[in-house]
Design a protein. Structure first.
Length: 219
């Protein structure tokens, strides 16, 4: 006679519990700012912000340098023409002395501020050590600092920075802030250069018209 066999019960497959990623342990004291929030993991939004800010700083720096070069070229051309033809013009028309002097002074002052805006500025210490990088007294992303380190110290400093996300974000923040301060100084000098050029050009034109009117009435 046949026996009915009950189907064997199969054990249900156990679903493994999700494993939470372990947080990275801090790597020692960091040169953090007062009240700064510590970032323990990399955030794409922060990295995108840094990338956008850095590209914007580079574009503005290139714009400032191009404006400074334009002012140097324009005022250099004016100065060259004035020096080449000053003797001939002044002998033929003495009333042009004041307008020519005003225009030459304008070009000279404007070109000085434009050169100051385009001039590289390195007001950092002559020597930089790995201890300066680790303590935060120097920025390893600034060429004026890491260019004074030897290759081994630079590699060690970069490795220590990449081992700690908070230090990466803090170093990038300091680097972008330093670029912004340099850029602010450039645009201040450029504003002075353009303002002097505009005012001096207007004053020279007014003196030219006044001199021409006086010479016409005198003759």
């Amino acid at each position: 006679m046949g026996f009915d066999h009950a189907p064997e019960a199969r054990p249900e497959s156990a679903t493994p519990a999700p494993v939470e990623p372990a947080e990275a342990e801090p790597r020692g004291p960091l040169p953090s700012l007062d009240g700064a929030t510590k970032l323990k993991t990399r955030k794409p939004s922060a990295e995108t912000t840094f990338r956008v800010l850095f590209n914007e700083q580079m574009d503005l720096t290139a714009l400032a340098d191009s404006k400074a070069n334009m002012m140097i070229q324009i005022n250099g051309l004016i100065t060259s023409i004035m020096l080449a033809s000053s003797s001939i013009i002044l002998e033929a028309r003495p009333w042009l002395r004041l307008p020519c002097a005003s225009l030459a002074s304008t070009a000279l002052i404007s070109i000085v501020f434009a050169v100051l805006a385009a001039r590289p500025k390195l007001n950092k210490p002559a020597t930089v050590t790995l201890e300066d990088i680790q303590s935060g007294r120097a920025n390893i992303l600034f060429f004026g600092n890491f260019g004074r380190l030897d290759e081994a110290a630079f590699a060690t400093g970069m490795r220590e920075m990449f081992n700690d996300d908070e230090r990466v974000y803090l170093t990038m923040s300091r680097h972008i802030h330093g670029l912004g301060r340099v850029l602010l100084g450039k645009f201040r000098l450029l504003r002075i250069s353009y303002s002097v050029f505009l005012v001096g050009l207007f004053l020279s034109g007014a003196l030219f018209l006044i001199g021409l009117l006086v010479s016409s009435l005198a003759s």
